[in-house]
Design a protein around this ligand. Structure first.
Ligand code: SF4
Ligand code: SF4
Length: 294
């Protein structure tokens, strides 16, 4: 949500990474924990990585409510159908097919756009609800508001679930979004309308290539972005050189340390295990705040 012009201290910050396992969720959860120290009761963490949500592993929130996320899919009245094929021609997602005297629907491919029912000359298509995922809400022990979307296994359309999660963003709270890895549609859906995108990467040639893709995506979407290097010291200086050449803020480096890796593997949030990381993360947010306002 672009809230910066009204309330520059209450930003929506997406945390993204070019690939999974880079430390994106480690940063997102600890950023939320660090900001909660300064703004108690005013921080939300929203897990938009709906195909593999795992922020709850690190944050360990108590889930207090859950509800299904629905999309509308077509249901064909074969008594009324004349098998003209217009519905199949109108569908951009190959989610409905007319084969001789049969109409086949593929709900897992359906985007719920309603085009098939709109073009049907017989009014033979009704739109019915279909659950594609689940939205959960709760709070961490500290009081961080937590929201998680989870796509139903086997379903391919993450967008409705991501949208449902983002609808929970409260205008008067700092919102940290844990984005899906990569730069495909689910990531773009997540970072859209964010005030800032934090890109987490590793100091390796592979990390640099992924970072370049992510930066290109943010720039195309006109979302300001900055970089956090995780496992700093474990690779080369390519990411630093790229950031300098591109004028990208390098906001934080988290070193390659055995104790951090061990805490992460035990499912512990960085700031809970090592409280000294709260201050640097608070400074990252302050810097973002200044960059967004500037
Ligand atoms: S558009 Fe309507 S009438 Fe034509 S095939 Fe599809 S459901 Fe049947
Ligand atoms: S609602 Fe849209 S996506 Fe779904 S079957 Fe109809 S035309 Fe295709």
């Amino acid at each position: 949500m672009s809230k910066s012009s009204e309330k520059p201290h209450e930003l929506t910050v997406a945390v993204a990474a070019g690939k999974g396992g880079t430390g994106k969720t480690l940063v997102a959860t600890s950023l939320a924990l660090a900001l909660h120290e300064l703004h108690p009761g005013k921080v939300q963490l929203l897990d938009c990585d709906v195909e593999e949500p795992n922020a709850s592993i690190l944050l360990q929130p108590e889930i207090t409510s859950a509800e299904p996320v629905h999309v509308l899919v077509p249901q064909v009245d074969l008594e009324a159908c004349i098998y003209c094929g217009k519905c199949a021609q109108a569908c951009q997602f190959s989610a409905i097919a007319v084969i001789r005297q049969a109409v086949l629907t593929f709900p897992e491919l359906c985007a719920g756009c309603g085009a098939c029912s709109y073009v049907c000359p017989q009014n033979a298509i009704a739109e019915v609800q279909r659950a594609v995922g689940e939205l959960s809400r709760g709070h961490s022990a500290e009081g961080i508001a937590f929201v998680q979307g989870r796509l139903t296994v086997g379903d391919q359309r993450a967008t409705p679930v991501t949208k449902a999660v983002k609808k929970q963003i409260a205008e008067d709270m700092i919102a940290i979004l844990d984005a899906p890895p990569g730069t495909a549609c689910p990531m773009q859906e997540t970072i859209e309308d964010s005030d800032y995108c934090l890109l987490v990467t590793e100091p390796t040639p592979f990390g640099l290539a992924n970072l370049q893709d992510s930066v290109e995506t943010c720039r195309r979407m006109e979302i300001p972005c900055g970089v956090i290097v995780n496992r700093a010291g474990a690779g080369d200086t390519g990411v630093e050189e790229y950031c300098a050449a591109e004028g990208l803020p390098l906001l934080l480096s988290i070193p390659q340390e055995r104790r951090i890796a061990e805490a992460y593997s035990r499912g512990e949030a960085l700031v809970r295990s090592f409280p000294e990381w709260a201050k640097p993360l608070q400074q990252v947010y302050e810097e973002i705040d200044q960059l967004v306002v500037a």
